[in-house]
Design a protein around this ligand. Sequence first.
Ligand SMILES: Cc1cc2nc3c(=O)[nH]c(=O)nc-3n(C[C@H](O)[C@H](O)[C@H](O)COP(=O)(O)OP(=O)(O)OC[C@H]3O[C@@H](n4cnc5c(N)ncnc54)[C@H](O)[C@@H]3O)c2cc1C
Length: 421
Amino acid sequence: MSATPDDTKDNAEEHAFRLRAREWLRTHLPPRRLQDEPMMDWADKALIARDRESQRALWEGGLAGITLPREYGGLGLDRRYADIYYEEAQPYRLPWHFGNAFNIVLPTLLAHGSEELKRRYVPAILRGEHLWCQLLSEPSGGSDLAGLTTRAELRGDHWLLNGSKVWTTGGLDCDMGICLARTDPTVPKHAGLTMFLVDMTSPGLAINPIKLISGTVDFCQEFFDDVAVPADHVLGEVGGGWAVASTQLGAEKASMARGWYEGLAAAVESDEIELKDEYGRMARSLGVHEDPRARQLIGEAFVLDAVHTLTTRRVSAGIRNGALPPTAGTLSSLLVALCDVRRSALLSGISGPAGVAAKPGEEGLQWGMTRVTRHRIGGGTTEMQRNGVAERHLGLPRDEADIADRTVPFNRRKVNPDRAQ
Ligand SMILES: Cc1cc2nc3c(=O)[nH]c(=O)nc-3n(C[C@H](O)[C@H](O)[C@H](O)COP(=O)(O)OP(=O)(O)OC[C@H]3O[C@@H](n4cnc5c(N)ncnc54)[C@H](O)[C@@H]3O)c2cc1C
């Protein structure tokens, strides 16, 4: 069930925009086929290339960056026009591989970038030229982001980066990366970080794909060996990287609250609750649709979807109208993770052994098995999200060890093997 676009509230200009968008989308973008095509698959080079073309076409068709300032290539229109566009775009495949660029990098760049960086990199995203990745997690651990050890040293007009990043979604195919590194180890860990914009084709940057047991290759590990980054490619202040990372992580969580690529937001925010019938279809295809136990699990799945949809919509609206801070996206991403864990159990329960032995193309079954770990870990583990909800939203005290860790110079932390003697 998908919502019919509501054009009754349009004024004349909005209506003209809606009709233009509707016609353009119908003639330029492929239909959305979530059943047999993944939203994102970094191993599918043809799909990535198609998303680049689609984003380019959106730019040429005057439908890219609807609310973004004109000086950076946007249309400078208000939010209502973006809502109209996303309502109309629902039936089509939007360039989902640009999710990182739009959801995370653009808001961070606009908030912290120099005029020159904004004029250079915002239009490049809108034109479909730059896919972006996030270079945050390291082999030593991703949860303690402020404890990272990749270091950057200033050498005249450029910085030299050394270290390693890991679990970078799409690292191999992205053109640019937003990378947090340590520029001063003599101050407490949050204070010595700086955010860099890194050209992923830079000499000295080795990008190794990581093949998962599921066969997918979404992730990469990068090794920085004297990678030179121009001095003007610092985002925000030198030593102010934590503030930039906070914007970045907040943007990621807010986008999870909205729906990853905004095209999905229309579905999430429509007046109807979209109850997915994938459980019923799967039960029918396995011949268990009359089984009382399977029916009970299907019933729970429907309720779970409704709770998920309504709560996500409520958080999203709260962030938009200012009733909730941007960090409230944590509530939604935690909910997404917890719902996915439960959905996975429900799908396993409905499908039985068939779920374990799903063949390629049996997306419903695979979905349950593969997606569960993603949202439990990606963008911050559920444990860290619970910490965030407890500390930032419920006002509970921080862990004592964490408080101590925040005040000692980084190179004097007990856990740091490189600490000064
Ligand atoms: C789908 C997906 C996409 C990702 N994409 C990217 C990306 O594009 N870029 C990027 O940089 N990273 C990415 N990651 C990595 C992700 O950010 C990290 O995996 C995550 O932050 C956890 O870090 P870690 O795996 O090193 O686990 P660790 O930090 O080593 O944690 C191990 C375990 O300890 C728990 N733990 C750690 N500290 C605490 C604490 N203080 N309180 C309670 N429990 C704690 C954790 O919850 C976890 O269960 C992605 C991961 C996934 C699954």
